[in-house]
Design a protein around this ligand. Sequence first.
Ligand code: SF4
Length: 482
Amino acid sequence: MTIPLDDSFHEECAVFGVFGHADAGALTVLGLHALQHRGQEAAGIVTYDGMQFIAERHPGLVGDIFGKNSAHAQKLKGMQAVGHTRYSTTGGSVARNIQPMFADLAGGGIALAHNGNLTNARALRADLVRQGAIFQSTSDTETIIHLMARSLYNPVVDRLVDALKQVEGAYSLVALTARKLIGARDPFGVRPLVLGELDGAPILASETCALDIIGAEFVRDVLPGEVVVATKDGIESYHPFAAQPKRFCIFEYVYFARPDSTVEGRNVYEARKRIGEELAREAPVSADMVIPVPDSGVPAALGYAAESGISFELGIIRNHYVGRTFIEPSERIRHLGVRLKHNPNGSILKGKRVVLVDDSIVRGTTSKKIVEMVRDAGAAEVHFRIASPPTTNSCFYGVDTPNREELLAHSMTVEDMRLHIEADSLAFVSIDGLYRATGEAKRNGNRPQFCDACFSGDYPIELTDLLGGRKNGQLSLLAEVA
Ligand code: SF4
């Protein structure tokens, strides 16, 4: 039995790629290490050494797989590499789903790594299976490879574009062939992808923190709907898809992206602080201290404290050495689960009126335990402030979320949620407050500047598989074959 130690949304994946650098494999290890927060279940790297592709894909953390003296890392020879970290949602957690995926196509081999989720993968897969395709994995990413294999176009970039024109959903992907590194972003630009440069070698990464760790320079964001192709002759850019309104995932600013990253022109830490400032203006409260739920609540709590003038204190300490789940030794101590990760600093909480700041409430299980924990530690009042609007809808664009029915805000009013988590008061930042924190004046009614579907239910990209009667984006190989 395992104890779920957090109740947050989980980013599904990160991607990274290098072209034309003598340390391509080692740089990719470092890049993925910086992107570990986007997926902790498995990691993989594929290099090309001038003769052959070398693939190392394993379950576990990047450091455990490719760390010091790792035999896996030592195999990664070659001047070009692509890598991936995974948090499984679509396709489940089986070894055959670990990316980058590799296939020998007419014209040569290709390794493909994908961050996002295809919303018509089931429908496409059913067609492909009817036509005789034999899938090796349950991942939606393999659908792209099968579409490429069947494409009548050449060369490989045209095959990839042909395949991507048939898929719906969110993707930021990197692909490696013997002579090219390719990056592509869906036309709505839901997931991030940045272009950098190190010693003249182009780098592709999900976030800028992966450029920083290797000393690479940020060049620019890959644009929504753009395909960039790096070869020994330089970088070419294509815009082969019909233009769509940009709908970058606003939750990247709330929680997913690392605070030291700059995505879509905004520094994530600064955006989170501004969300806290908005929250303090929208939902003030008389209190003695502002306390973050660490780590994700820290920047917003700093913003709340600065705007309100209430002192910021580290009243909850996080243990950084626990994973997402922990083997439970005994049913009798199950209630201690939350303490494995968070512990209140009792001596500063006693008798104090506390404002707790967290990034979001998903099922509410952790929030309820943290309120109880802080109260048990002696706090006189516990006011909960949330740095995002109520999460009322699931994500189908590459983020692991519970079914809508499991989301606390789907079935409860704010007051019901307050009673449920037993806080003295509860408030969420408004959707316009969230937009203001990103530098927008407010949400543009019918043409919002971001994807905010988990708050609004306004899904920018067709949910074809869902509308076809399937409950979520999970793929089942057996179900399709049957
Ligand atoms: Fe991001 Fe939410 Fe849109 Fe998913 S539904 S892409 S988490 S804003």
